[in-house]
Design a protein around this ligand. Sequence first.
Ligand code: ISL
Ligand code: CA
Length: 557
Amino acid sequence: MSENKAWWKEAVIYQIYPRSFQDTNGDGIGDLKGITSRMDYLARLGVDVIWLSPIYASPNDDNGYDIADYRAIMKDFGTMADFDEMLAAAHDHGIKLVMDLVVNHTSDEHPWFVESRSSKENPKRDYYIWRPGKGNNPPNNWESFFSGSAWQLDEATGEFYLHLFSKKQPDLNWENEKVRREVYDLMTFWCEKGIDGFRMDVISMISKVPDLPDGPRKADGYGDPMPYVCNGPQVHAFLQEMNRRVLSKYDLLTVGETAGVTIDEAKKYARADGKELGMVFQFEHVGTDGKESRLGKWTCGKPDLPFLRSILNKWQKELAGVAWNSLYLENHDQPRSVSRFGDDRPKWRVLSAKMLATMLHFQQGTPYIYQGEELGMTNSHFASIEDCEDLEEINAYRQYVEEQHLLTAEEMLAAIDRVGRDNARTPMQWSSEKNAGFTAGTPWLALNPNYREINAEAALKDPDSVFYYYQKILKLRKKHPIIVYGTFEPLLETDENVYAYARVYEGKRLLVACNWRDREVSCTLFDSTKGETILSNYPAHKEGLLQPYEARVVLEG
Ligand code: ISL
Ligand code: CA
């Protein structure tokens, strides 16, 4: 293996969703001062990097993923002075800061779009993707990822603009060199402020197939844009240009959010020669919730171990030595991992959360922890669509339940409970006090009522908590380079219950095994080992088996 060492390969990233992290002024919305106030907590956990979901000026149609000014801080979150203070506090704690870069689209309230829509002759017209309709119909059949047509008719000029996401998120036209220059300029602005990297939102979608052909028809009658917008013809050229103009001038962590990425594409995005990005987020393993997906994520089931394992193992094997993996189970778009992949019943929650952490963090790649994952926070419950804030959930409900009658309200709400994005966005659970210590006011999204039991204060008092288990994993990563740089060898690849693998490095071997079941299962992997157990969620191992949700890591040699 060509061993290209880098700080961002050795690091562990903690993702903060600022809106839900810590409120300091009682408006019910998390803010930058709140993040600054929790820096000690993050340092205690031992993370190396914070990735902040977007904090730029935004009308919040999609909670900041719709940006109106890339050089200003969202009013709800504070001021640029608060930002500078937060960045300094992070650096004082030895923590780096990565910003979210959302440049596939802007807000429709961004001045570029306000100009662009004003007339066909406006110099910024070509900053976005405008097309005449087919009669009264949109230019093609594409469905937005947030429901309905991906095209919006704009009265002022009688043309349609493309929005792969909400209609308040018009897609930028990356073919236009001026657009690219604007993006590189704003990136440089943040680099000069001293940030340490970018997480690039849907960066796999910035290049569209030029003639925008109809997509394959889906069950709801719309066409799927994915084949024509993901990994498009110019995407690598654009990223190489971005790299030359900006990224190569700084020492940055870069991670592309690349929906629709394949192994072959990932090898290009995350090329080991550093000409594009450091790593990408692939989506295959978060699409393992059952195979029936008539209406995408809204008609899925429970993920199963063999399928999930085959995907993760494939990424481990295929990227080895060629590109670098990022490792995640959660983020602000995914449900809580302990509810989805583990077992959130009180009896098993802590054990299974630790098992999942073990399974993930000992693979090769840079691990990501999403706020609250280190506490084993669970999915919430949404009794009515009125309780939901996420536009993906709300729009899908309108379309599938109210307009097309493809799902009943009960089915849709059950799906939201299972995979809705609001599950990840309920406020951080700091303590058992009012509103979990998140806010003195009314939280923008209701807390998960289980905050009375599951919270950071309780975790910090309990040596067996999920928190301290993560802390231990992060310390082990610093101590044993095999965890970062060891090669990956799958084990027991056909076992129905156990996820096992080995890592190998400089004459040492690390054995990892995780029981995915709530019962004892047979496993002889550790029976003859003379190695040292460096981590487990059980005090003692039993010969020939793994206890319910047992996870064990043994270092040999
Ligand atoms: O394509 C998808 C199917 O819904 C998604 O996986 C999509 O790629 C993903 O949700 C993109 O996410 C990112 O961009 C969105 C934003 O809402 C998300 O929060 C962000 O992570 C639009 O900016
Ligand atoms: Ca606030």
